[in-house]
Design a protein around this ligand. Structure first.
Ligand code: URA
Length: 232
């Protein structure tokens, strides 16, 4: 691939826009030597206006999703992509959310442009644990943990029972739930099945990965060690 296409694929503009960046001499190597549109891609040594380029394809991002934003890129309201630099939405391959959280769910959300990694995380085979903290509208009855762990709970409109899930009671109206699959609105539907209602929902963990000190609305790029931590 030529450098022009590589830079356009990173979302810095159309090929025409990027052609202008070359013409204006704004794309250089680390020593300030001007580069040309059909130079080979030596990603780490390329500079635009003296600054390194965004990471090449293969990014994995960790976001602490706030409530009130949707995971869909088509929604007309606030979307998670608004929390990233605008050019991230113009990248090819596209940056996708790894599964989804509801608009009113906060917490750990991954985004990647690596299709294989995305598949590996969300594949039913991976059974990666996902941990949610649920604030409930009604007191727990006391039988929820046994029912959720039974592997026999059938959600409305579904033909396959849920995989066993672990429920830890935090207090009368707060529970921590660990799932090993990801069905549509799963946590909310599980509590609805036991006559309760989820008032607030937050995802704390996927696999071995937690949010650490990341505040709501903040995100950061993950490195190799954290990718590995995801699967332990
Ligand atoms: N389960 C839900 O009900 N909502 C989410 O956002 C995630 C899991």
């Amino acid at each position: 691939m030529k450098l022009l296409k590589h830079i356009a694929n990173l979302g810095y503009g159309s090929r025409k826009d990027v052609q202008w960046l070359f013409r204006e001499g704004r794309i250089t190597d680390a020593d300030g030597e001007v580069l040309y549109a059909d130079d080979p891609v030596l990603h780490d040594s390329v500079r635009l206006d003296g600054a390194p380029l965004d990471p090449p394809p293969g990014m994995l991002l960790l976001l602490n999703k706030p409530t009130g934003v949707t995971c869909s890129s088509k929604d007309t309201g606030r979307i998670v992509y608004d929390l990233f630099p605008p050019r991230y939405s113009l990248r090819s391959p596209v940056l996708s959310t790894v599964g989804r959280l509801d608009r009113e769910t906060s917490g750990l959300l991954l985004l990647t442009d690596d299709g294989q990694l995305l598949h590996r995380i969300i594949s039913p085979k991976s059974k990666l644990p996902k941990v949610y903290l649920a604030q409930l509208a009604e007191d727990l009855r006391g039988d929820e943990a046994a029912l959720f762990a039974s592997g026999r709970l059938l959600l409305e409109g579904e033909k396959t029972p849920l995989l066993p899930a672990e429920l830890d009671v935090v207090d009368a109206r707060t529970a921590r739930l660990t799932l090993h699959e990801g069905r549509y609105h799963q946590v909310r539907r599980m509590f609805a099945a036991v006559g309760n209602h989820v008032a607030a929902l937050h995802r704390e963990r996927i696999g071995g990965l937690t949010l650490g000190a990341l505040a709501q609305g903040e995100w950061r790029m993950l490195g190799d060690a954290e990718r590995t931590a995801l699967f332990v």
